[in-house]
Design a protein around this ligand. Structure first.
Ligand code: NAD
Ligand code: MG
Length: 404
């Protein structure tokens, strides 16, 4: 018997929704994916639990107090796990020669540098952290090509598209023309989130809990709010542009409230290839871990006899202004997508803290985009500098709103 060689893994953002789902898939496949490192921001209880179960070599807590606490708890339980702290430790474990695979599942711009470190070390990078790609676009894809990293899309839509592509387009990803391979269009599906049918006049009063109550998916709070504004689909539109090398006419968003079809690829001859499955992230995660093989994910099969109708529609412009902002930003230039992503992160956090209304998120994004001058971003430090500037402008807008 030819045993599949073990693939050591580092999970960035291990305590989050994607991190936990990744570790659940790993637990379904004992011994195939030894855990080298787990990282989190500050949740000691969740990290301790993961350390007991998965026995990583290293655990990183970005927050220094949390690291001290974790170290004490691990010692008390006689668990021999090295604890590092600080955000530089993230890049260190992500690029270590002791790992083969890196799951990039930190939420937001904080994931950019550790994800880039994994790319520059030529790892198989499982990309959940879409914000990293949205804020750096061409620079990110250039680094993937330059360092020979193997980029695997975890986002369910992009994973679906990846599975529907001809092998010649899967590696290296994003470097070739879709039309040269007979593809006319990538069709990104989106459910429309919890407010798809809400009377428009009621949008402004929606609470964080209502925004986070996604009808089909259980996710972290930031991406849940993004799904309610459909900026998530906007970020995914930008993500798809870079991952698959799309031109503007090759990319469309379609509403599909049931989230059974995870996205589709339309070929020149009229064929449409789709990937279907339960709305459960363990499926795309398992697909990325094992590609081109298939492993157990713990997800049950779709029962087609139990499925209600699959329906489709167009996202309403008035209900989802963030989607149009993202599409515009996508083709305006890197400065625009970097700015939009940064402003959105600040606005979503302010909404979650109940400092601004749901409808203020789109307004603040549009206001900051309108005042940032178009500019070239030629390096990651330039990206990070505009990111910081946009966050400061967004914070001012949040303060203004709170003063009203
Ligand atoms: P989450 O909030 O559940 O988890 C985020 C993780 O990142 C946690 O482990 C947290 O400790 C860590 N983290 C947060 N801030 C950090 C910082 N400043 N420095 C270092 N670590 C930090 O988020 P999630 O829902 O798991 O989403 C993670 C990423 O995956 C996001 O980019 C999201 O868009 C993407 N994604 C998520 C889903 C999903 O189903 N949850 C689906 C597709 C894509
Ligand atoms: Mg998605």
């Amino acid at each position: 018997i030819n045993a599949t060689p073990q693939q050591r893994i580092c999970v960035l953002g291990a305590t989050g929704s994607i991190g936990q789902n990744t570790l659940a898939v790993i637990a379904e496949n004992p011994d195939a994916y030894p855990v080298y490192a787990l990282t989190a921001y500050s949740n000691v209880a969740a990290m301790l639990e993961l350390c007991r179960k998965h026995k990583p070599t290293i655990a990183v807590m970005v927050d220094a107090n949390a690291a001290t606490e974790l170290r004490q708890q691990l010692q008390a339980e006689k668990l021999n796990i090295e604890v590092l702290s600080g955000s530089t430790a993230l890049a260190l474990v992500a690029s270590s020669s002791d790992t083969d695979i890196v799951m990039a599942a930190i939420v937001g711009g904080a994931g950019l540098l550790p994800t880039m470190a994994a790319i520059e070390a030529g790892k198989r990078v499982l990309l959940a952290n879409k914000e990293a790609l949205v804020m750096s676009g061409q620079l990110f894809m250039d680094a993937v090509a330059e360092y020979g990293a193997e980029l695997m899309p975890v986002d369910s839509e992009h994973n679906a598209i990846f599975q529907c592509l001809p092998p010649a387009l899967q590696y290296p990803l994003g470097q070739q023309s879709l039309s040269d391979h007979g593809i006319d269009k990538i069709l990104l599906t989106g459910s429309g989130g919890p407010f798809r049918e809400l009377p428009l006049a009621e949008l402004a009063q929606q609470t964080p809990d209502a925004a986070c109550a996604h009808p089909n998916w259980e996710m972290g709070r930031k991406i849940s709010v993004d799904s309610a504004t459909m900026l998530n689909k906007g970020l995914e539109y930008i993500e798809a542009r870079w991952l698959f090398g799309c031109q503007q006419h090759e990319l469309d968003v379609i509403l599909h409230p049931q989230s059974v079809i995870h996205s589709m690829v339309q070929y020149r001859d009229g064929s449409v290839i789709a990937q279907l499955g339960q709305p459960d992230m363990r499926t795309p995660i398992a697909s990325c871990l094992a590609y081109p093989d298939r492993i157990a994910s713990g997800v049950s099969h779709l029962d087609f006899t139990q499925l209600a109708a699959l329906t489709f529609g167009k996202p309403e412009a008035e209900r989802f202004p963030c989607l149009a902002l993202a599409k515009d930003a996508c083709w305006s230039g890197q400065w625009a997508t970097t700015t939009l992503n940064a402003v959105n992160e600040i606005a979503v956090e302010a909404f979650l803290q109940e400092q601004i209304k749901f409808t203020d998120i789109a307004r603040i994004c549009a206001e900051v985009l309108a005042v940032v001058p178009p500019q070239q971003l030629n390096s990651i430090p330039e990206v990070l500098s505009l990111d910081a500037e946009a966050r400061a402008l967004a914070t001012q807008q949040v303060r203004k709103q709170r003063a009203c």
